[in-house]
Design a protein around this ligand. Structure first.
Ligand code: SAH
Length: 260
């Protein structure tokens, strides 16, 4: 039997595999997480699943495999999460804060202890996570592997992160420097609500002609980073959306005036 504290925290942590190409890796990942006391596997549009290669590689972790949840997009997979960590084989590929596995595990532990849902996200074997998918993440996690050969097998990467999570959940993780740990705001809104806010923010920037011909992506990326970092709560999101709604209303009035 596992310790009650570790078992309780494990219910709030999900391992998300995005667009996995080889079903054997899904089975190996199920085995990897079960050995470390985790059990929640979410599959985003797997290429072949269910599949006998997945069953074969799971070797005793069929329960994890059978309980795996399948969804179409990463946004769906993390909609209710307050901490989303994206694992990348390449360092510093995106403008995201980058955590070492140990610090990522400490952040996940802190968030789960505060009652939040946590996701650890892993990319495709060939191409990893797309930039749009990384934008849904609060931080990137990179295993500091051999810089000349830094890409681990998917299930091996899952094993490394699950092991660090295990140590953290058992209270055996080293205490990371506080700056490395994502802020935990017990009242932070779940991901889906933040996405609603980002959608309205993007619309408003269009409405007020903020971009003036420039590509909107760069500004939105920076704004996303800013707001994800702050861990907005419900009241703050409501206030900001109220301001945006007024800005949109004023923009409509201005257009009406100039065309009238
Ligand atoms: N060729 C891909 C590698 C994908 S490996 C690329 O360059 O992105 C499949 C997945 O395993 C990755 O998306 C990542 O989630 C995980 N992974 C592999 N090596 C890793 C590393 N060194 N650090 C963190 N995650 C890693």
């Amino acid at each position: 039997m596992d310790t009650p504290a570790a078992t309780d925290l494990a219910t709030r942590i999900r391992i998300v595999l995005v667009g996995t190409q080889h079903p054997g890796n899904i089975g190996s990942a199920a085995r990897a997480i079960k050995t470390m006391g985790l059990h929640r596997l979410v599959l985003v549009a797997p290429q072949k699943f269910p599949h006998n290669e997945a069953d074969m590689m799971a070797a005793g972790a069929e329960d994890v495999l059978n309980a795996a949840v399948e969804v179409a997009t990463l946004a769906e997979a993390v909609a209710d999460c307050r901490l989303v960590l994206g694992c990348t084989a390449r360092s510093r590929r995106v403008q995201l804060r980058e955590l070492r596995p140990r610090d990522a595990a400490a952040s996940a532990h802190a968030e789960a202890s505060a009652g939040g849902e946590v996701a650890l996200v892993f990319g495709r074997e060939r191409t990893g996570l797309e930039n749009e998918e990384l934008q849904l993440c609060h931080a990137a996690v990179h295993i500091p592997a051999n810089p000349d050969y830094s890409s681990l097998n998917l299930a091996a990467a899952v094993q490394v992160l699950s092991y660090e999570l295990r140590l953290a959940l058992l209270g055996e993780g080293t205490s990371a420097a506080p700056a490395a740990i994502a802020p935990v705001n017990p009242d932070a809104v779940p991901h889906a609500e933040l996405e609603g806010f980002f959608g309205q923010l993007a619309d408003t920037l269009e409405d007020i002609d903020f971009h003036k011909g420039r590509a909107p992506d760069s500004a939105m990326r920076k704004l996303r980073r800013l707001f994800v970092r702050t861990g907005l709560d419900q009241k703050e999101v409501r206030l900001l959306r109220g301001i945006l709604a007024d800005a949109q209303r004023m923009a409509r009035l201005a257009i009406g005036r100039s065309s009238g």
